[in-house]
Design a protein around this ligand. Structure first.
Ligand code: SF4
Ligand code: F3S
Ligand code: FES
Length: 254
């Protein structure tokens, strides 16, 4: 297959406003969308702002929306589009634009800081931790996260409702809470921190209505909804309606 000319629309602007700009640009075999953005920088738009780093789907920097779908630009092959198709590249919609394709993803770092860290078990030194392989495997899936924030961008709870950002941590960080809550060595409960309760009360677990859009866009193929959010919801509900927990809370209130 030989090279061809593609029609691109790329959002250009900053916090004060902007719009889509048209480009005709060369495409060669095996290229990805990020290659085309780099070619635009090299030939037609030297000041086009774009964030990227590894070009290997591992740093999570090059997130954008391509024909409306949140994707990594470096992992989106040009061959998935028809040659006649117009390809539209816009910045992540759920976060404020800095310039062109670069957004301020600081919301995610704020939410990350709100999740209390792993609490080491008492009396066990680092290096002496032991756990079942199936528990290792379970949290290993969540640790594949590259923090691209595509799941955070696509979840309708914040995508369509800016006002929910205060109360909702988003799928990436609810997954982190779930991971810690499943961790057999996490001693948060002994330290007085109930991760199931805080998931509901402080991280907005109840806002998630299991649409699974986060799972659909995750470039690491993490089953965010099925393996993290739904189990966390089930455990939070179990705890809420546990008769012993209910009785304990009544006694404590006296
Ligand atoms: Fe990206 Fe997936 Fe991590 Fe979400 S869970 S930030 S989509 S890698
Ligand atoms: Fe949002 Fe994922 Fe729940 S897209 S609503 S966090 S299942
Ligand atoms: Fe690193 Fe795309 S440039 S994930």
């Amino acid at each position: 297959m030989s090279g061809y000319t593609a029609h691109f629309k790329v959002w250009r602007g900053d916090v004060s406003g902007g719009g889509l700009k048209d480009f005709e640009v060369e495409v060669n075999d095996g290229e990805v969308v990020l290659d085309i953005i780099h070619r635009l920088q090299a030939t037609q738009a030297p000041d086009l702002a774009v964030r990227w780093n590894c070009k290997a789907g591992k740093c999570g920097s090059c997130s954008a929306e391509i024909n409306g779908r949140p994707r990594l630009m470096c992992m989106t092959r040009m061959s998935v589009f028809g040659r006649e198709e117009t390809i539209t590249v816009t910045p992540l919609r759920a976060f404020p634009v800095v310039r062109d394709l670069v957004t301020d993803v600081g919301f995610n770092y704020t939410k990350a800081r709100e999740v209390p860290a792993f609490v080491p078990p008492a009396g066990v030194a680092p290096g002496e931790y032991r756990m079942m392989q199936e528990d290792v495997d379970r949290s290993q899936e969540f640790r594949k996260c590259i923090e691209c924030f595509l799941c955070q961008d696509t979840c309708h709870v914040v995508r369509d409702h800016e006002e929910n950002k205060q109360a909702f941590a988003g799928p990436r960080f609810l997954m982190r809470v779930a991971e810690l809550d499943m961790h057999p060595l996490d001693a948060a409960a002994e330290a007085g921190l109930d991760r199931k309760t805080t998931a509901q009360d402080e991280h907005g677990l109840g806002y998630c209505n299991i649409t699974k859009c986060c799972t659909e866009v995750c470039p690491e193929g993490i089953k965010i909804t099925d393996n993290a959010l739904i189990p966390l919801k089930e455990r939070a509900v179990d705890r809420k309606y546990d008769p012993l927990v209910w009785l304990g809370s009544k006694i404590r209130r006296r």
